[in-house]
Each structure stands twice: as C-alpha cells, then as structure tokens.
Ligand binder design. Structure first.
Ligand code: PRT
Ligand code: ZN
Length: 295
C-alpha cells in the first residue's frame, strides 16, 4: 500500500507565501522550495506541499486535489459566493497573518462619501461576489465592473466612479487620491478544509499539525514576564498583567519588602503596561518570548 501523505495547498509566490512557509517551518516541518516544482515533499513528516496560485486553492481543496489549504479569507469567501455548483471548503482555523480589509473607496474630492452615494454608479473590483452580496444586503442598486488588477486606476481612467479593493497600509489608495469610506470584509490567512472525511492516517497527521499551529499562534502572543515587586503591590501588579494566571511569587534574599514575581501573559505586553508597572514600584522588569507551547 502506498504511504498516505497529507497534501497542503499553499500559495507558491506572493503576499501569503512567505508567511505560510514560515508557519509550517515553525511547526517543525522540514522542506525546501525550489524553482518551478508544483510539489514539495516534507522530509520529516508524511506531508506534501502543493504550490499553486492562491485563487486555485479553495477549489483544489473542494475537489480533492489537496486535503487542506492556506489562503486569504477574501479569496475563500469570493469563491464560495461565485462557484457555480457551490464550494465544499470551509475555514478550519484562523492564522492571524496577511490581515487586510476589502474596502469601498472613492476619489478624495468627489461626490461619493458613503455607501448610499453609490446608487446608479459603477464600482470597479476583482471581488464581484463579495461586493454583490454587500450591495444586495444594503439594497443599493449599483453596477459592478469586474477587473483583473490595477483596480485603483479605474476612477482616473473613467471606468468607474469608485472601487472595491483590498487595503492594508492604505498607501496605494493615498497615492491614487482615493479615500476608503466602508469596509465590507475583514480578512486574514485561514486554514481551510472540505467536509470530506479524511482517512484515519491523514486525520492523525492533520490533528498533530493543527495542534502545533495552535501552539505557534499562541506562543507568538504569549510572553513570560519577570520583575521585582513591592510586597504590598503584588495584587495591583497582578491586575495589570494581560491574560496572566496566578503569578509565581518568590522571596528575595535580604529584602523584606520586595518579592520576585513571574507570570505567563497570554496577550501582548505593551510599553504602556511596563510604564504602569514601574509606577507601582516594580523594578528589573524583563519580558521574554516563549518559543513553544502545548496545552
Ligand atoms: O499569483 P497569485 O494569484 O497567487 O497571487 P495574487 O497576486 O492574486 O495575490 P497576492 O500575492 O497579491 O495576495 C495574496 C493575498 O494576500 C490576498 O488574497 C490577501 O488575502 C492578502 N493581502 C494582504 C493582500 C494585501 N494584504 C494587499 N495589500 N493582497 C493584496 N493587497 C494589494 C491590494 O490589492 C492593493 O493593490 O495591495 C494593495 C494595497 O496595499 P496597501 O498596503 O497600499 O494598502
Ligand atoms: Zn491570485
């Protein structure tokens, strides 16, 4: 019997690719991406990577060319809304990278300032499915003009009065004299799978991978904090620690009024929190990253 290997569809090259590879490497998968190959074999686990364009990932997962995939939620939702015979692919896990927003935007000095101003106008987009759903929900009668790229140029060449496009930093809109006035979808990279039942061997590999991905995501936000704290301020300090369980308190040799306090914080610790801790009398504050976690 041939060995059963879990097949993961990933974007080969582009905005999602590097972070997808990095996530799998942090999960302990060893592989090398070379040249034009469509398949990369993971050396130390029964997993193959199918390297394709992001737009193909939802249908490859739905049609059994891959068992799971990593894709932008924007692409998944668009495919779900436009696939002719429906799409058997759903979000299994949110991955927290490649965050962006699908926005409506119009020329800074033009008449369109809100969604209700869109009635009777043309909107250029590469996301006719998501845009169509929004217009229908809002009861707005407008025309969507489908483009394959360079959507931000549509108003200046009079193809449309506004656009519906992805925004992350906002620099592209600004450079083209456009202002976003409505977000119609928030997106991040997601792990997707179909409703097909996997063989028990493949399900075992997926369970192991999912638990490692979960650990990687949690440990990225989790920090270990250590400090010396005035004994009478321990309660106030504990209150300030984001997402911390009961901290460990240890006596400090020769210091009656001070203790060593250590805790795992499951949320990010910002500079403002450190400043507040210092104001309460905490000293020698250290924040350390956590490399791996399993709970
Ligand atoms: O070749 P392939 O088809 O695989 O890739 P692609 O060219 O279709 O997609 P790619 O690599 O550009 O993007 C892949 C995914 O990254 C998208 O589907 C989103 O889920 C996510 N992502 C995150 C983004 C952005 N941020 C983003 N800013 N995708 C596109 N953009 C574009 C946007 O369309 C606009 O042109 O960047 C511009 C805006 O960026 P800012 O920073 O100027 O606002
Ligand atoms: Zn694409």
């Amino acid at each position: 019997m041939t060995e059963q290997r879990l097949r993961i569809a990933l974007q080969k090259k582009g905005r999602l690719a590097d972070d997808s590879y990095a996530l799998l490497k942090k999960c302990g998968l060893r592989f090398a991406i070379r040249g034009g190959g469509l398949l990369a074999r993971v050396k130390n686990m029964p997993i193959d990577l199918l390297l394709v364009r992001d737009d193909d990932i939802p249908s490859f997962v739905a049609n059994d060319a891959a068992d799971i995939g990593i894709v932008g939620e924007n692409v998944l939702v668009e495919e779900q809304l436009t696939a002719k015979n429906g799409l058997d692919a759903e979000i299994d896990m949110r991955l927290g990278f490649s965050r962006c927003r699908l926005c409506l935007a119009a020329p800074d000095n033009g008449p369109i300032k809100s969604a209700s101003d869109l009635i009777g106008t043309r909107i250029a987009t590469t996301y006719p499915g998501v845009l169509g759903r929004f217009l229908k929900e809002q009861g707005i009668d407008a025309n969507s003009v489908e483009m394959k790229g360079a959507v931000e140029l549509a108003p200046s060449i009079n193809i449309a009065e506004s656009i519906c496009d992805l925004v992350s930093s906002g620099a592209t809109l600004e450079a083209n004299g456009l202002t976003a006035f409505e977000t119609i979808l928030n997106s991040e990279a997601v792990l997707i799978k179909s409703s097909r039942k996997l063989s028990s061997k493949k399900q075992d590999i997926l369970d192991k991978l999912s638990s490692r991905i979960d650990g990687v995501i949690k440990s990225a936000e989790t920090k270990y904090i250590m400090m010396n704290a005035p004994t009478d301020k321990v309660d106030a300090i504990t209150e300030l620690l984001p997402g911390a369980d009961a901290p460990t308190i240890m006596p400090l040799a020769g210091k009656e009024n001070l203790v060593a306090l250590q805790a795992v914080c499951t949320e990010n610790i910002f500079w403002e929190t450190l400043e507040e801790l210092k104001a309460l009398g905490a000293r020698a504050i250290l924040v350390l990253p956590i490399e791996k976690m399993m709970s």
